[in-house]
Design a protein around this ligand. Structure first.
Ligand code: ZN
Length: 605
């Protein structure tokens, strides 16, 4: 059957980074056909205004050219015309992230939200997508990787693909180029990994590790997988990091050095974080792609979709991404506690956690989390990191209050059967209600504090009830991310003063952020100031930390800085270092009950 809505995309110019898209409509709206492009992409809560990359949109029918009126920044109206109507345009593809479109001589990549116009009135109709190869012998080896169902195309070939509706068309990103391909089965479901970009990854090891991880996640929800097959699209770069979830695939950007090398058996810090990223996006196939907030079920990508639940969709996912690694044996329990300690450190180092609640952070993601500025650390908290800690607290609370009979795993499985399998949206109070019901305990005070309050989370006590110690220490330097015991003694750390600023890592000692109530704020310094001398000695980013450590806590020192072209002289009083670095460790002398709870928690029992 020929679909009445047909999309074609082809690389028009690799060097000008242009895709050309043509849409053919057999039966355009007789009143005039409205078209629009999404302004945001699901999974990334910011208005990205993809239409700004559209170049030269034209329409014609068998009767000749059709007039097109731009009606808003992201919408067009084609004059009434007999079918078929052909609309063509180019999209500038210069975004190497996972959220837009990219094209050059090495590869092409696109998300439907950034390239395919919505045909108003036809959103629910099935459509086809013809993907054409770039011209030229240099691209003869290019292949296609996408989870979009094939209609008339060889596996990994250019040709005709199909989608049940417009929403599905947008939810299968497409990679084209020369990539490495790995394949494995997880619980009988075919999975593939396509790695593009220069790399020397051990694809066999990568597939073996991902198989373990994916099988854990499929079994977690106690169901057969919600997709017929799944694809990891990986773009290996110099030092990128990021991912975006889709219904049967995910797009990842990683540092090529984080991928496992042939011959290696250990899990490097970089590979551990790559596996955590894969785990995160894969868990999203359940939590947010299928169990989703009611606010995300309207398919309206023309306006913001507000929800106070991102702590559950991003925070709970962030909690399970690393937890899955220890539960499936890819990392050890101490390595897991190091990761959880790093997450806690990021929260404890955010003064904004005392200003913004998690629900506020979620609701305002559009203007705050995705648009950070120099004051963000003082004014906001991340629903990823604090959300992950709330998930950890909730899990440990359920386990300890029910003597291990209930856990967050049970909450997620109930959410899955009630919302994931039915397609119903989760109401704004839905996650709390299910947690209370599944746990059979009153969690009102916990949720009020964790989601709608700004007090410190009860993490230490809950970890102690699971045979894990929690303590805070001062940071040993800018590269200290926490999670590990320090190498300095308490006395050595105490003698190292702090100024309460974050300074650029290289070049001039430019202030990136001034923390609330810190010495730099008290001295009148501001983000953007370039510090040139402290205590009479020149400083740069390279020796900044060394010079600050040479100061004495409580003893004022002169500091010179440029604000624009104006030289400032201030007096700064170095403070004692703040205890904002979290360390967790297994406590093997804990009681039998605590050790049993810990084993069940880390084993997934
Ligand atoms: Zn996520």
């Amino acid at each position: 059957m020929v679909c009445s809505v047909r999309y074609c995309i082809e690389p028009k110019s690799l060097d000008a980074h242009l895709f050309e898209i043509t849409i053919t409509l057999e039966r355009p709206d007789p009143q005039g056909q409205r078209l629009s492009l999404p302004v945001w992409i699901p999974g990334s809560y910011m208005l990205r205004e993809f239409a700004r990359h559209i170049v030269e949109l034209r329409a014609h029918s068998t009767a000749g050219p059709v007039a097109v009126l731009k009606t808003s920044k992201d919408a067009w109206l084609c004059a009434p015309s007999p079918g078929p109507l052909h609309v063509s345009y180019c999209v500038y593809a210069g975004d190497p992230s996972v959220r837009g479109a990219f094209l050059d001589r090495t590869r092409g990549y696109f998300n439907g939200a950034s390239v395919f116009l919505r045909v108003h009135g036809k959103e629910a109709e099935a459509c086809t997508l013809a993907i054409s190869p770039p011209a030229g012998a240099a691209c003869a080896g290019w292949r296609v990787a996408t989870a979009m169902p094939r209609r008339e195309a060889e596996a990994h070939g250019f040709g005709l693909y199909e989608a049940r509706d417009y929403e599905e068309l947008l939810d299968h990103p497409v990679e084209m180029g020369e990539f490495s391909l790995g394949a494995f089965q997880a619980c009988g479901v075919p999975h593939e990994v396509a790695v593009s970009g220069r790399h020397s990854a051990d694809m066999e090891r990568l597939c073996n590790d991902l198989k373990r991880l994916c099988e854990y996640h499929i079994r977690f929800f106690g169901e057969s997988a919600p997709f017929a097959d799944y694809l990891f699209l990986v773009s290996a770069t110099g030092e990128g990091y990021g991912g975006l979830e889709h219904r049967a695939s995910c797009s990842l950007v990683c540092a090529r050095d984080d991928l496992p090398r042939a011959g290696g058996a250990n899990v490097s810090d970089g590979y551990r974080s790559f596996l955590g990223l894969c785990s995160h996006e894969y868990f999203h196939a359940g939590n947010v792609k299928r169990i989703k907030p009611a606010a995300f079920t309207s398919h309206d990508l023309a306006h913001e979709a507000y929800t106070r639940l991102l702590w559950a969709f991003e925070g709970i996912t962030s909690y399970y991404d690393d937890l899955a690694l220890v539960r499936c044996g890819l990392i050890s329990p101490p390595a897991y506690l190091e990761l959880l300690g790093k997450t806690a450190t990021r929260v404890w180092r955010t003064p904004g956690r005392r200003r913004q609640t998690l629900e506020e952070a979620s609701f305002d993601a559009w203007i705050k989390f995705y648009r950070p500025d120099e004051n963000s650390p003082n004014a906001t908290v991340s629903y990823y990191t604090k959300g992950a800690l709330v998930a950890a607290c909730l899990d440990l609370l359920l386990r300890s209050q029910t003597d291990g009979r209930r856990s967050l795993d049970d909450v997620m499985r109930t959410l899955w059967t009630r919302f994931g399998q039915t397609g119903l949206g989760v109401p704004e109070d839905g996650v709390e209600a299910v947690a209370k019901e599944v746990g059979g305990i009153d969690l009102t005070a916990f949720f009020d504090g964790a989601l709608r309050g700004t007090e410190e989370l009860p993490l230490g006590g809950l970890l102690a009830s699971h045979g894990v110690s929690f303590r805070l220490r001062a940071a040993e330097g800018a590269s200290d991310e926490g999670g590990k015991p320090g190498s300095l003694t308490e006395e050595q750390i105490r003698s190292r003063p702090a100024l309460g600023v974050r300074v650029a890592a290289s070049g001039e000692a430019k202030i990136l952020a001034v923390f609330e109530d810190g010495a730099a704020q008290a001295a009148g310094l501001a983000a953007g100031d370039v510090i040139v001398a402290i205590d009479g000695l020149r400083v740069s980013a390279a020796n900044w930390e060394h010079r600050v450590h040479a100061c004495t806590v409580g003893l004022p020192v002169p500091l010179f800085a440029f604000r624009g072209d104006l030289l400032l002289r201030v007096e700064v009083v170095p403070q004692a270092p703040i205890q904002d670095t979290c360390v967790m460790a297994l406590q093997d002398d804990a009681g039998t009950k605590a050790l049993a709870l810990r084993a069940a928690w880390l084993d997934g029992g």
